[in-house]
Design a protein around this ligand. Structure first.
Ligand SMILES: [Zn+2]
Length: 247
């Protein structure tokens, strides 16, 4: 699956109707792939967001009890900017999300409810391209999402879900990993980039705690650099890159 670093990325499949994006924290999708999401919802596709935590441990100066609800509000506003109205939270604890059967079960349940053809997640590997160490929450949620895409289709793995009326869904055709150092596919980010900037900007409290830079300048330069870098392997078109696992 892995394309050599200089090889052009393939266009992401577009013959699907529903996607479910599963990540650990508020802002993971806005840093990772909101420009692609904007393009997809423009085209009439449904995208829902599922977050393992409310990101309540993400801001040093804010107690988790105040931070969680604030970040949930910012996440819902971010999602709305790119045409996503369904945002759900699993309420695992921020910073200490554990990879394991309970997390796989929670994600498989959501996949059975939403019945997506495409599942999206964020870099599940130990590092960001060998440069920076990844967080344990991203690793846990990314891996559990890759696993749950298969779990959701197996009647016998989580029979308690079937008893709750969640019938198996074996219709996930791909899991796309954003932020991968080994991307294989990409989506044109041109139409969605401006909304992706505004979507990231909705995490204003988080960004203001993170950097002294003007939030809009920060968001625009981050996403422009990211999409231009992917574009170098996508015919020069600004793009969001994914590592695509077919099923
Ligand atoms: Zn995160």
């Amino acid at each position: 699956m892995t394309a050599p670093r200089n090889e052009q990325l393939k266009a992401m499949p577009d013959d699907w109707r529903r996607a479910l994006a599963v990540v650990a924290h508020p802002d993971d999708l806005e840093y990772g792939c909101a420009a692609a999401v904007a393009g997809w919802t423009d085209g009439g596709r449904e995208v829902a967001y599922l977050l393992a935590t409310r990101g309540e441990a993400g801001i040093d100066s804010l107690e988790p009890s105040a931070c969680g609800p604030l970040r949930e509000r910012e996440q819902r506003a971010s999602a709305a900017v790119v045409g996503v109205s369904t945002v759900e939270f699993l309420d695992h604890r921020d910073g200490v999300v554990e990879y394991g059967v309970p997390l796989r079960r929670d994600i498989a349940a959501a996949i059975r409810r939403h019945r997506p053809e495409l599942v999206i997640t964020l870099n599940h590997r130990d590092t960001w391209g060998g440069v920076a160490w990844n967080t344990p929450d991203h690793v846990a949620v990314g891996r559990a999402t890759l696993d749950a895409a298969a779990d959701a289709g197996n009647r016998w793995i989580f029979p308690e879900l079937t008893e709750r009326g969640l019938e198996p869904w074996n219709g996930v055709r791909w899991v796309a990993v954003a932020g991968s150092a080994q991307p294989t596919h990409a989506v044109d980010a041109t139409a969605g980039l401006e909304r992706a900037v505004r979507s990231l900007l909705r995490h204003r409290t988080y960004i203001e705690a993170l950097t002294d830079e003007d939030p809009e300048t920060y968001a625009r330069s981050f996403l422009t650099a990211q999409t231009e870098a992917a574009g170098e392997r996508f015919g020069g078109t600004p793009a969001v890159a994914f590592e695509l696992f077919g099923r």
